[in-house]
Write a protein that binds this ligand. Sequence first.
Ligand code: NAX
Ligand code: ADP
Ligand code: K
Length: 516
Amino acid sequence: MKIFSKAQIYEGDRLTAERQNISSTDLMERAGTQIFNWMHARMQGAQVPIHIFCGIGNNGGDGLVLARHLVLDGYNVKTYIINYSDKRSKDFLINYDRIKNTTKDWPVLLSDAEELPEIHPNDIIVDAVFGIGLNRPVVNWVKTLFMHFKASKAFTLSIDIPSGLFVDKPVEDEDAVVYAGFTLSFASPKLVFFLPETAKYTVQWEILDIGLDQEYTFTTQTETELISKYEVLPNYRPRDKFSHKGQFGHSLIIGGSYGKIGAVTLASKAALSTGAGLVTAFIPKCGYQILQTAFPEAMVITDDSETTITNINFDIEPTVIAFGVGIGKHVETVKTFEAFLKTNKAPLVIDADGLNILAENKGLLKLLPPECVLTPHPKELERLIGAWANDFEKLDKAKAFAEKYKIVLVIKGANTITIFNNKQFVNTTGNPGLATAGSGDVLTGIITGLISQGYHTLSAAIFGVYLHGKAADIAVEDSGYESLLATHVIENIGKAIVDLFAQPEQHEAAQQSQEN
Ligand SMILES: NC(=O)C1=CN([C@@H]2O[C@H](COP(=O)(O)OP(=O)(O)OC[C@H]3O[C@@H](n4cnc5c(N)ncnc54)[C@H](O)[C@@H]3O)[C@@H](O)[C@H]2O)[C@@H](O)CC1
Ligand SMILES: Nc1ncnc2c1ncn2[C@@H]1O[C@H](COP(=O)(O)OP(=O)(O)O)[C@@H](O)[C@H]1O
Ligand SMILES: [K+]
């Protein structure tokens, strides 16, 4: 799903009105009505007090449309106008008149913190104070109002975006933002729903379709894309009946050191479980028996050293090479890595201490092959690109870094973001069970296994991150977050692939007919 920028959303609204020959007031009516339908379907007329707080722009206008429909349907509604400015939008004013003509219970004007209404924990708050138009910090009394929402413990439904949250800027004051239980967003999710610093402002979100012009939504190129099953499916490479293992490539995993052979075992298993034709592990001698015993499907080449990688030297022709899991930063390892980079022609995936070696020897970065995949977690990223002040600065720096070295940068986290060529792909699968030892090694193996089969490094990174998270989502149903092991993720890669093609209704129908 595309994530539109603020300018693209406004342009989409404008073009839709123009091409569908409707007014912006009609579009607002659609938006407010969609919110009403959503609430009505869930509340079925329940007389829970609903407090609707409307700003004076178009977000407030949406709130007024909703309020009118709720009043007309007999709900228990109290509407307030948050009078933070006298620059009322045209469509706000039209809907202000409409609600005044609908009910004698006119909206209450609030202009300072003295007048805040009482809200009980079982009431519902609708937050239509600010939408995507917010462009400067909110004034103090509005901040007090937002703190009042939070203190009330009432369920808060935000319209379009939690008020106080900017679409394209960091939050300066955490108390000056609404904490929403749910956000109903129009046209496109907002990037801030997925960033570590701002995701907390809405527990859940959903997109409401307000019928934006389809050609516009289809053809507009966005900087950000949200990755779910429907985005990865078109890139899936099906196998034909006569395919043989030679077609699926040979993955070479270079890594490991004394006490860290498990990382290579996990990455190798993950690569083969994702479909690599062959996997060879290049490890220090001490890992030979461990790896051959733990994972007999892999081949092993050993380094001259017993405990670390000191001399990368092999006589196979790998399709793809992963470097770094469990490898350490021994001076000999750094030296052989540099020599290796100078002659290597295979696509590369670099993780863990491979990244730390790059961070400590930045001159090596220019030796990376084009479209090389780097998979840092936030700490490794910081070592590579330096500290950042906020999530937006992090993404800007990461994009500049990826652009400079022409690399695919996978920023791991709850919503892993893959960056390439100034575009960012935000993953939607995965869960906190993945915060466990070795899960990053598994991701390295999965991405390597995909490149091995012929996926372009960018597709492999995006698809690999998706599969890794999906496998964890499936695994966690049995294990729970706490007991999820990296091994369970590997065991469920197959199910994650099968799930790509699952048709829930048909599956259920088949189950039912079997039972009958
Ligand atoms: N444009 C359209 O046709 C549609 C817009 N929709 C709604 O319109 C919203 C955007 O509306 P607006 O652009 O009117 O903006 P908002 O309603 O988000 O904000 C109102 C206005 O407040 C001013 N403002 C910004 N920060 C402020 C601050 N800190 N203190 C005081 N004033 C401040 C800005 O000038 C802004 O235009 C969307 O989020 C969505 O809810 C929907 O009705 C769908 C259709
Ligand atoms: N809370 C979370 N939700 C979803 N995914 C997570 C979460 N925490 C970690 N992950 C994922 O788990 C993996 C952890 O990788 P990494 O930190 O390198 O672990 P390790 O070094 O133990 O292998 C990454 O793919 C990351 O995106
Ligand atoms: K809002």
